[in-house]
Design a binder for this molecule. Structure first.
Ligand SMILES: Cc1ncc(COP(=O)(O)O)c(C=O)c1O
Length: 414
């Protein structure tokens, strides 16, 4: 009888992209698994100490009641039972109205908008549209890696564009080497940026559009956090002249509408790219449940929803900025997202940290304070304000506890 650790008969059949015959044998532990393990260890060591969890990157609220009511109604309609394929017109119409209302961007709902089952699958599919072996996708780091992973699956390469504090968390497009520019087909941007919290300027988007023309590159702008913009009105890439000529923007119902588990988003912009994406999509899935698309259309038509979500996270971020400053962090209000990205401490008392990961492990282990380290472009910690707290008083108590625990550690910064 085979033991559980024996290789299955198909061990040698795994594709190279999965690690080939070595699939499942690596010993490397990935960042999020390390965090999970440290959280478990902290809970086991201090069962009575509350875990202060700033590590979660998901909205803490469910979708608003009127959206859930809309779903309940739509679920009972016979006409919503079937395959949605590339999406229903009612949702695309609501998206077009939303883009007009929020950003004064006019889109043809039939040809310039297509839904996706969340924006994550859109990034998984977009490389299929453009990437041949040897082609390059330009990706900002730190960032959301899915388009890069799939670029590699298709035999393409990823060129990383670090988002450095000294460049204001914008990529240095001019510094991209000539041979990379030549082979580049996709430039994936993400503003408001996760995790840095930076929002784009019109000027930056203009430079990106020029870069796209000069180098014959398609821009895919990830707008997942767009409704969480705090300084000004949210800025869509498509508001900038010429954007639609060079690319698409990918939106999500997840963050701005508290619909993270509902799995819905859309790709909009250049009709030919939208069409090609829809072709790949049609060969990959059969569309999101129509009842969900109808409920999302109702959400998009209610301008109050993203305003309320934004106000809550803005308030929580302001409180967190104040709290972290008290214990020595250099923190200021981010332009967008529900993340606060701060320089990681180099030491706590006489204990020094080699990188942000070491610092974050220390915070979890010593004080059950969980956050996410990023070491891709300098050592930074990402604190999310998506923690569970039912009232403002609970938020305040959580902040006081955070200050008290981190204050004990004598954190030192470079
Ligand atoms: C920057 C960014 N893009 C895209 C996504 C994917 O969002 P969804 O698939 O829920 O639309 C996320 C989710 O965490 C994100 O942070």
């Amino acid at each position: 009888m085979a033991t559980t650790d024996a290789d299955p008969w198909f061990q040698t059949l795994f594709a190279d992209r999965m690690g080939g015959a070595n699939y499942g044998k690596g010993t490397e532990i990935y960042k999020f698994e390390k965090i999970k393990r440290a959280k478990r260890a902290a809970l086991a060591a201090y069962p009575d100490r509350q875990l202060l969890d700033f590590g979660i990157g998901e909205n803490d609220d469910m979708a608003p009641a009127q959206v859930r009511e809309a779903l309940k109604r739509e679920v009972d309609r016979l006409e919503n039972r079937g395959y949605a394929d590339n999406g229903i017109q009612a949702y695309k119409d609501a998206v077009a109205e939303f883009m007009q209302r929020e950003f004064q961007v006019s889109l043809n709902p039939t040809t310039e908008i297509v839904h996706a089952i969340g924006s994550k699958p859109a990034y998984a599919m977009m490389p299929a549209v453009f990437v041949n072996p040897g082609d390059v996708t330009l990706m900002t780091v730190p960032g959301y890696p899915v388009a890069g992973t799939h670029t590699r699956y298709y035999g393409g390469e990823v060129h990383r564009l670090p988002l450095l504090a000294e460049n204001g968390f914008f990529p240095d497009l001019k510094g991209i080497p000539a041979d990379i520019r030549k082979r580049a087909k996709l430039l994936v941007l993400n503003y408001p940026n996760s995790p840095t919290g930076k929002v784009a300027t019109r000027d930056f988007y203009k430079q990106a559009i020029e870069f796209a023309h000069e180098n014959q590159v398609i821009i895919v702008q990830d707008a997942a956090h767009i409704m969480l913009s705090y300084d000004d009105q949210p800025l869509s890439f498509l508001q900038v002249d010429g954007a639609k000529d060079v690319g698409v923007e990918v939106h999500s119902m997840s963050k701005g509408f508290n619909m993270i588990g509902w799995r819905l988003g859309w790709v909009c912009g250049h009709a030919k790219i939208v069409q090609a994406f829809a072709d790949v999509k049609d060969n990959s899935d059969s569309g999101q449940f129509m009842a969900i698309q109808h409920a999302a259309a109702a959400a998009l038509r209610d301008p109050q929803i993203p305003l309320q979500v934004r106000a809550k996270y803005k308030r929580r971020l302001a409180k967190l900025v104040a709290a972290l400053k008290q214990v020595g962090f250099e923190a200021s209000m981010p332009g967008g997202t529900y993340f606060l990205y701060v320089k990681s401490p180099v030491a706590a008392g006489d204990r020094s940290f080699a990188n942000a990961e070491a610092a974050s492990q220390f915070l979890i282990t010593e004080q059950s304070v969980c956050c996410v380290p990023w070491d891709d472009a300098g050592p930074f910690l990402r604190f999310s304000v998506t923690y569970m707290a039912a009232t403002e008083a609970e938020e305040d108590a959580l902040m006081a506890e955070t200050v008290s625990r981190l204050g004990k550690l004598q954190l030192r910064f470079a």
